[in-house]
Design a protein around this ligand. Structure first.
Ligand SMILES: [Zn+2]
Ligand SMILES: [Zn+2]
Length: 224
């Protein structure tokens, strides 16, 4: 606190005191300071109860008091500086830490997004591949079923036809049909042979080295 400010205040206080009168003696102004009671009194108060107390006029003592106040607050400047320094020792690193945390959070989100994108892309790629396998398998199975059904129809129809001739026709008709039926039977058995070579495509997951390497590159050095 600047010295001038204190002196100015004291002058203002003294002005007020000039106007102030004693509570005990309303006809007297407060002009004296009692050191023992640390209060301002009037000239009549000196008799009782301040008779034995050391007193001085306000004008005399005020300058000394102002000097004392100045001396009392002398160490405050350096103490305040110390506290300001101490404040910045907490505030500056804390601000830096908060900034670092924000940067790390940003980096974390970025790496997270990279991993998500990588996984999403990989899932999409595998799904596409599986769909292609599925389409091929369905087509192949349908073709196989169609060909088996055609063979069944031909075999069953000839079987029924032959049984009808054998059971319902006259002996002469049976005899006449024999050559034709026999040749046809041999043809059908020759052309409709079970192959049983259908084998559905094998699908399984194997971790690809490339993906693992890319994931590893993203995650590496990520642990705080
Ligand atoms: Zn008085
Ligand atoms: Zn006194």
């Amino acid at each position: 606190m600047p010295h001038n400010f204190i002196v100015q205040n004291l002058i203002e206080v003294k002005d007020k005191e000039k106007r102030a009168v004693c509570g005990e003696h309303p006809d007297k102004r407060l002009k004296l300071y009692c050191f023992k009671c640390t209060k301002i009194i009037c000239v009549k108060c000196i008799d009782v109860p301040h008779q034995e107390h050391k007193c001085a006029t306000v004008e005399t003592i005020s300058k000394k008091i102002a000097e004392q106040i100045q001396s009392d607050i002398e160490p405050f400047s350096s103490r305040i500086s110390q506290f300001r320094e101490s404040l910045s020792k907490v505030e500056v690193p804390n601000k830096k830490l908060l900034q670092t945390i924000e940067e790390m959070k940003h980096g974390l989100r970025q790496r997270g997004d990279e991993i998500k994108n990588l996984v999403d892309d990989h899932v999409a790629k595998l799904t596409k591949e599986l769909n292609e396998v599925k389409e091929r398998s369905v087509k192949e199975a349908e073709a196989r079923v169609e060909s088996i059904k055609l063979a069944l129809a031909a075999l069953e129809s000839f079987q029924t036809h032959s049984m009808e001739i054998a059971s319902k026709c006259s002996p002469s008709d049976i005899t006449r049909s024999f050559n034709e039926l026999h040749t046809r039977a041999e043809e059908l058995l020759k052309s409709h042979v079970i192959t049983d070579d259908y084998c559905p495509p094998v699908v399984q997951f194997e971790p690809t080295e490339k993906l693992i390497e890319r994931l590893h590159n993203i995650v590496e050095g990520w642990i705080v």
